[in-house]
Write a protein that binds this ligand. Structure first.
Ligand code: SF4
Length: 354
């Protein structure tokens, strides 16, 4: 091992495969950022320009807390929006604050070939080997897929568990034990074991439960703190939550051509970031007769703001209600709860009226 202590901002529960990638694949220490709290957001907001979207602020807060926890190498990625410029800004702000670190900005390089990716990772640890990363990367990708599949199952069932907290406890154990896995075979057996445990949790699920699709911006949808835990809130109302957006669907696989084809009656051009997926999934939920859709985004997110008029058309064409949330560093908890409760009352009344 080198003296590198690398870190990457939080994104859902993907810190688990990231930790495996860094420690076993790149062979450096990995500092998991401390869990996101109000302090993370306060730190990020205090040192960010006002106009940036909220993921920038969360990422900055994660970096500061990771530096305080001993990280000396910060890694950032790019995206199909202004996320591509975040790296340079984060680095400059942190240097102005007086922190000493190395900054590896994957976002500034076009990853057109696997070898480019390898060379970037070598910037984190020049001694890492191709053989090692080639062995670990498939395990990491599978971990992401298994986390996504397990969490999809949980979202659809947690609202109906007989013993409150059982899904959450099992989910935490699932993530904790995954951190020590290093081979694909071990991972597969472990995944099967846990999926059986999840499926054995007793639920009281009605034959036709309320079904709500959650759509929206990449970061806000995947980081529960940033959307004020709305999925948890929906679960307490006894609702099946369906959310397509995750790393497997949006990054590991490229479903853009399919999405573009599905929504060609509504949209002609790619609107950037996650907007195409947002519209595509809204249309699919509408066609499948879901009871409602919730759209989440960060305040100031241009691609998702552009998607809203199209969502309004889908809502009107298919008579499906859509609730819109735009989150910033200052969002009223009570306001969110009140709007969710009103939405729930409306969709349940509509269902009973059928
Ligand atoms: S998708 Fe929107 S909120 Fe997310 S980083 Fe890009 S502009 Fe910001």
């Amino acid at each position: 091992m080198t003296d590198v202590k690398a870190t990457f901002p939080h994104l859902g529960n993907y810190f688990v495969p990231l930790e495996v990638l860094f420690t076993a694949g790149i062979e450096v220490d990995y500092i998991v950022p401390p869990p996101i709290t109000n302090r993370t957001l306060e730190l990020g907001t205090r040192h960010s320009p006002d106009f940036v979207c909220t993921p920038f602020k969360y990422n900055l807060g994660n970096y500061i807390e990771s530096l305080e926890a001993g990280a000396n190498t910060l890694v950032q990625v790019g995206g199909a929006c202004r996320l591509d410029y975040y790296g340079e800004l984060h680095e400059q702000i942190l240097r102005d604050l007086g922190y000493d670190f190395r900054f590896v900005n994957i976002g500034s390089t076009k990853l057109t070939k696997p070898l480019t990716f390898y060379n970037i990772l070598k910037e984190i640890n020049p001694d890492m080997t191709l053989k090692n990363i080639a062995r670990v990367l498939p395990v990491v990708l599978k971990m992401i897929q298994y986390i996504d599949e397990a969490e999809d199952f949980i979202r659809k069932n947690i609202g109906f568990e007989r013993n409150p907290g059982e899904f959450d406890h099992t989910h935490q154990r699932f993530l904790l034990e995954m951190r020590s896995i290093r081979s694909k075979k071990e991972l597969y057996n472990y995944y099967i074991k846990y999926m059986n445990i999840f499926k054995s949790i007793e639920v009281d699920k009605p034959k036709k439960p309320l079904r709500v699709g959650v759509i929206g911006e990449y970061y806000t949808i995947m980081v529960p703190f940033s959307n004020h835990f709305i999925e948890k809130e929906l679960a307490t109302m006894g609702i099946v939550i369906d959310r397509w957006m995750n790393l497997t669907n949006s990054v590991i696989h490229d479903f853009r051509p399919e999405a573009k084809e599905h929504i060609k009656n509504y949209v002609t051009f790619d609107m950037g970031a996650t907007a195409m997926y947002t519209i595509d999934k809204a249309l699919q939920f509408a066609k499948k007769g879901y009871d409602g859709i919730i759209h989440v985004k960060s305040f100031g997110c241009t691609p998702e703001t552009d998607a809203i008029p199209v969502l309004q058309n889908i809502s009107s064409d298919y008579k499906i209600p859509i609730l819109y949330f735009s989150f910033d560093s200052q969002t009223s908890e009570i306001g969110i709860k009140t709007r969710l409760e009103a939405f729930y009352d409306m969709i349940i009344m509509r269902k009973e009226a059928v």
